[in-house]
Design a protein around this ligand. Structure first.
Ligand SMILES: Nc1ncnc2c1ncn2[C@@H]1O[C@H](COP(=O)(O)OP(=O)(O)OP(=O)(O)O)[C@@H](O)[C@H]1O
Ligand SMILES: [Mg+2]
Length: 475
C-alpha cells in the first residue's frame, strides 16, 4: 500500500512530465474568479455560441435572457469544439464539475464549477493567444449588442451614483421607430443613413485623417416633427445604446466629463432641447460670484468658476475636446426647437457635422404616415384625394405628430381616416392663410415676418454649411 503523500507526489510528477512532453498547452477560464464573475468566461461562451453549428453534432444548450429577443446557443457540459483562428486550430472544452458542499460562506457559490479549457499547440501560443482572446471579447460584445435590446441610459438621478459607482442608470430601450417608419423626405433620409453607414465603417478613414472617431448631428425643428423619433431610429439602425444626458442634472464641467468617461463606445449621446438646458450666452461674459471673478469659456480643461455650474465651453469640451475621444465610435445628437437661439460656437463647421431640419409634414412624409398607420400604398388612395392632399399639405403646416394623431383616431375605418385627414389639412391650411391676414391686420405681421426671415436665414446658412461639410467629409 502506497502512502497518500507519495501517491500525490507521484501524480504531480507524472503530470509535470506529461505537460513537458505534450505538444499542447492548456488555459483554464473559470466562470468565477474568486467570487467575482470572470468576464472572459461570458465572452467565450457567447463567442462559441456564434461559431457552433448544429450540424457539427455537438450537444447545445439554448438560452434566452430576460428582455432579449433572440435565443443563444451554448456548448453543453463537458462537450468540446474545434475553432480556427488565423489558420491555427484550437480546441475548447466546457468543463463542469460538482463543487464540494460548502459548510459556510458569505456568499453561496453555485453548485457547479464551470469553466472553459482552451488547448493550443505550444508553438502556436505566441502566435495567437493575445490576439485570439481580444478577438473573442470583441466578437462577444458584438453578439451581445445584436441579441440584446438597446439600452437607454439616463443621468437624471441628481448626481448620485448607483451601487456600482456608476452615474448612469439604464433601462431596456424598445422604441419601435426605424428609418422606414420615419416620415421625412426620402432623399434626406437616405443621406442621413448613408452618413451613418460611412461613419460606422469609417474607422480607417478617421485614423488616416487623424480625426477622432465621432460624429455630431444637430436636429432642429418645431415640436412633434420627429426629432426624438429620429434618434430612436438611429439607435435601432446602428444597434447603439443611447445616453440621454439631462444637462440640468449636471452641476459642473468636471461632472460632465466624468459622465462622458463612463459612456461606452458605440453609443449615441443625446442632449435634447439644448437651448433650454444651458444658458448658452454665458460663454464670454465674466461672472461675479462670491466676490471672485471667473471667466468661463477660455479654453480646454478649464473649470467653471467655483465649479457648480456648467458652461458652454464645458459642453464644447465635452463634445470636441480631448476628453471626447476617451472612447470611440460615438455619436453626439443635439436637438432644439429654436436653432436661432443657439450660440454660433455650437453651429460652426466641424462641431456638429450635420444639421438636419425636421419640419412640417410634406407630401412624401404624408405618404409614409398613410402607409404606417393605415397600410395604404399610394395606389390604395383615391387619386383625386391624393392630389388634393398634395395641394394643401404644405399650407396646412401640420406636424407629423398631428397627422399621426388624426390617423390614429380613425384607424378602424380607413376611408374615414383619409377623409377626415383631408378635411383637417384643408381647414388648417385655410386657417393659416386667414391667420396670416389677421396677423397682418393686427399689425404683427411685420414682426413675425422678420422673425421668420431671420429663422430662415439661419437655417439657410446652416444648410449651406452642411452641404459644404458633407462634401469635405466625403472626399
Ligand atoms: N417624422 C415623423 N415620422 C413618424 N412619426 C412621427 C414623426 N414626427 C412625429 N411623429 C410622431 O409624433 C410623436 C412625437 O414625435 P417626437 O417625439 O419624435 O417629436 P419631437 O420632434 O422630438 O418633438 P419635441 O420637440 O417636442 O421633442 C412620435 O411618437 C411619433 O409617433
Ligand atoms: Mg423630442
Amino acid at each position: 500500500i502506497i502512502p497518500p503523500e507519495l501517491r500525490f507526489a507521484f501524480l504531480k510528477l507524472f503530470n509535470r512530465t506529461f505537460h513537458l512532453f505534450s505538444p499542447h498547452c492548456y488555459f483554464d477560464i473559470t466562470e468565477l474568479d474568486g467570487v467575482n464573475t470572470n468576464e472572459l468566461y461570458n465572452a467565450v461562451q457567447l463567442y462559441l455560441s456564434s461559431s457552433v453549428s448544429i450540424a457539427a453534432g455537438n450537444r447545445l444548450t439554448l438560452t434566452r435572457a430576460v428582455n432579449s429577443s433572440s435565443v443563444t446557443f451554448g456548448l453543453s457540459n463537458n462537450d468540446s469544439i474545434v475553432d480556427t483562428f488565423n489558420d491555427v486550430t484550437v480546441l475548447w472544452e466546457h468543463v463542469v464539475t460538482q463543487r464540494q458542499t460548502q459548510t459556510f460562506a458569505w456568499r453561496p457559490l453555485p453548485e457547479e464549477k464551470r469553466g472553459f479549457t482552451l488547448r493550443i499547440k505550444k508553438r502556436d501560443k505566441v502566435l495567437i493567444l493575445n490576439s485570439y482572446l481580444d478577438y473573442i471579447v470583441e466578437k462577444a460584445d458584438e453578439i451581445r449588442r445584436k441579441n440584446q435590446d438597446r439600452l437607454l441610459y439616463t443621468n437624471a438621478r441628481g448626481g448620485s451614483l448607483d451601487s456600482r459607482g456608476h452615474p448612469w442608470e439604464s433601462v431596456p430601450f424598445k422604441h419601435p421607430s426605424t428609418f422606414e417608419t420615419l416620415a421625412m423626405d426620402p432623399r434626406k433620409k437616405e443621406r442621413i443613413m448613408d452618413d451613418l453607414k460611412d461613419f460606422v465603417e469609417g474607422q480607417m478613414f478617421y485614423q488616416k485623417t487623424g480625426r477622432a472617431w465621432k460624429r455630431g448631428y444637430l436636429l432642429y425643428g418645431p415640436p412633434g416633427t420627429g426629432k426624438s423619433s429620429m434618434i430612436a431610429a438611429m439607435a435601432n439602425y446602428l444597434g447603439y445604446d443611447i445616453y440621454d444626458l439631462e444637462l440640468t442634472e449636471v452641476h459642473s464641467n468636471s461632472e460632465l466629463r466624468k459622465l462622458l468617461m463612463k459612456t461606452s463606445s458605440k453609443s449615441i449621446i443625446v442632449i435634447e432641447d439644448i437651448d433650454c438646458s444651458i444658458n448658452l450666452t454665458n460663454r464670454a461674459t465674466p461672472k461675479h460670484r462670491g466676490g471672485q471673478e471667473t471667466r468661463s469659456g477660455s479654453g480646454l480643461g478649464e473649470e467653471s468658476g467655483n465649479g457648480n455650474t456648467i458652461t458652454l465651453s464645458g459642453l464644447l469640451n465635452f463634445t470636441d475636446g480631448l476628453w471626447s475621444c476617451c472612447g470611440s465610435e460615438r455619436i453626439f445628437v443635439f436637438t432644439t426647437n429654436h436653432i436661432e437661439k443657439l450660440d454660433p460656437a455650437l453651429l460652426r463647421s466641424g462641431r456638429m457635422d450635420m444639421h438636419v431640419c425636421m419640419s412640417y409634414c410634406d407630401f412624401s412624409s404624408l405618404k409614409i404616415l398613410l402607409k404606417n398607420y393605415l397600410g395604404y400604398e399610394e395606389e390604395d388612395v383615391d387619386e383625386d384625394v391624393l392630389k388634393e392632399m398634395e395641394r394643401v399639405v404644405e399650407k396646412a403646416e401640420m406636424t407629423p405628430a398631428d397627422v399621426s394623431e388624426s390617423l390614429i383616431k380613425n384607424r378602424r375605418d380607413k376611408e374615414k381616416a383619409v377623409r377626415e385627414l383631408l378635411v383637417e389639412l384643408k381647414s388648417r391650411g385655410e386657417m393659416n392663410v386667414k391667420g396670416g391676414k389677421l396677423r397682418g391686420q393686427s399689425g404683427n405681421l411685420r414682426e413675425l415676418e422678420i422673425v421668420e426671415e431671420e429663422e430662415k436665414r439661419a437655417i439657410d446658412n446652416v444648410e449651406d454649411e452642411t452641404e459644404l461639410e458633407d462634401n469635405v467629409c466625403k472626399d
